[in-house]
Design a protein. Structure first.
Length: 317
C-alpha cells in the first residue's frame, strides 16, 4: 500500500503527517515553530521527523505535499517569508527531493487549506468551493472543478485584499480598506478597543472578559459578550458580519461556487457569526440573481492545510 507525507509549515506550529489514499491520517509529528531558528532550524526538524515517520511507516511513502505559511511562487515551487529569515526565494520542493528523496508539491497555506477541505472536509462531494480563513488576517483559496486556481502570479484567492472602501484603514499589504481591515480578528479586536475607550459603558462585559483591560479585547471576547447580549459587542460583531457579507457576495457573483467554507479562529464563533452573516447576505442579494451557494464552516479546524498538503502529495502519485 502507498502513502504520502503532508507537511504544514506555519508561523506558530508545524506538523508532519502520514496519510493513506483515502485521507486517513496514520501518524503525526508536530511542534511549535521556533521563528528565531530561521529556515535552517525548520528544515532540520522537517528532515529528522519526516525520516522517522518514513522509517516507521507500514506503507511505502511515495510523495510529499507541503503547505507553507507565506508567499509561494507555485510555478517555480519557491517560497518566501516576511517574518522568518532564510526563506527568501527558497526552492522547497527541490530541497525535499534532495534530502528526503520524495517528489514534492508546495503551495501556500490558504490554498492548501482549500484543497484539504475540498477533498477531506466540508467541501466533499462538491465541484467548486471557495475557502476563506479568517484569523489575524484573511486568506483564501479557490478550488474550481476540482482544481486549485493559482492565477498568473500565484495570487488567485487573495480575498483578504479585495478593496472594499477607501474609507477603510491601511492594510498589512499597504493598500487601503481591504476586506481584512474590516473583519479579520485583528480588525474586530481593534474596533472593540476603540469603542471601549470612547464608551466603556457599552462594552463593560467585554472589558470584564478581557481581564478588565480594554487593550486586551479580542475578537473572541467580543463574540462571547455578544452571545450574552451586550449591545456594544453585538454592534461590532454585526458590523464585521456586514462587511464579510459584502465580500462573500462578491465571491458569489464572480465564481458562484457550490460552497463557501469559512475557517480560522474567527469562524470558530460559529452561529454567532453565521446568523448575522446570512441576515446581511439576504438583505444584499436580489431575487433576480438568486444563488444557491452554501456557506459552511470548515471541518478540519487547524488541520485543513495539513490535509491539503497530503492531497498535494497525492497529485504526484
Ligand atoms: Zn490588503
Amino acid at each position: 500500500m502507498a502513502g504520502v507525507l503532508g507537511i504544514d509549515v506555519g508561523g506558530s506550529n508545524f506538523r508532519i503527517g502520514l496519510f493513506d489514499q483515502e485521507g486517513h491520517r496514520l501518524d503525526l509529528s508536530e511542534g511549535k515553530t521556533d521563528s528565531s531558528g530561521g529556515r535552517d532550524w525548520m528544515l532540520s526538524e522537517i528532515r529528522q521527523r519526516s525520516l522517522s515517520l518514513i522509517e516507521k511507516a507500514e506503507l511505502q511513502v511515495k510523495a510529499c505535499g507541503i503547505s507553507f505559511g507565506g508567499p509561494v511562487d507555485y510555478d517555480q515551487q519557491q517560497v518566501s517569508s516576511m517574518h522568518v529569515s532564510g526563506w527568501q526565494g527558497f526552492k522547497l520542493a527541490r530541497w525535499v527531493k534532495e534530502h528526503l528523496n520524495l517528489d514534492c508539491l508546495v503551495d501556500n497555506d490558504a490554498n492548501a487549506g482549500a484543497l484539504g477541505e475540498f477533498r477531506y472536509g466540508a467541501g466533499r462531494g462538491t465541484h467548486s468551493i471557495v475557502y476563506i480563513t479568517i484569523s489575524t488576517g484573511i486568506g483564501g483559496g479557490v478550488v474550481c472543478e476540482g482544481k486549485l486556481l493559482h492565477g498568473r502570479d500565484s495570487l488567485a484567492g487573495e480575498l483578504g485584499h479585495i478593496p472594499m472602501s477607501v474609507a477603510g484603514a491601511v492594510c498589512s499589504c499597504g493598500g487601503q480598506g481591504c476586506l481584512e481591515t474590516f473583519c479579520s480578528g485583528t480588525a474586530i479586536a481593534l474596533r472593540g478597543r476603540g469603542l471601549a475607550k470612547r464608551k466603556p459603558a457599552v462594552l463593560a462585559r467585554t472589558i470584564e472578559l478581557s481581564s478588565g483591560d480594554p487593550d486586551k479585547i479580542t475578537a473572541e471576547t467580543l463574540f462571547q459578550a455578544a452571545t450574552e447580549g451586550e449591545k456594544g459587542a453585538v454592534f461590532i460583531v454585526r458590523e464585521a458580519a456586514q462587511w464579510l457579507a459584502r465580500g462573500l457576495l462578491m465571491v458569489i457573483r464572480i465564481l458562484n461556487p457550490d460552497r463557501i467554507i469559512l475557517g480560522g479562529g474567527v469562524a470558530l464563533a460559529g452561529k454567532r457569526l453565521l446568523d448575522p452573516l446570512h441576515e446581511y447576505l439576504d438583505i444584499l442579494s436580489i431575487p433576480m440573481l438568486q444563488y444557491s451557494t452554501e456557506i459552511a464552516l470548515a471541518e478540519l479546524g487547524n488541520y485543513s492545510p495539513l490535509y491539503g498538503a497530503a492531497a498535494l502529495g497525492w497529485e504526484l502519485v
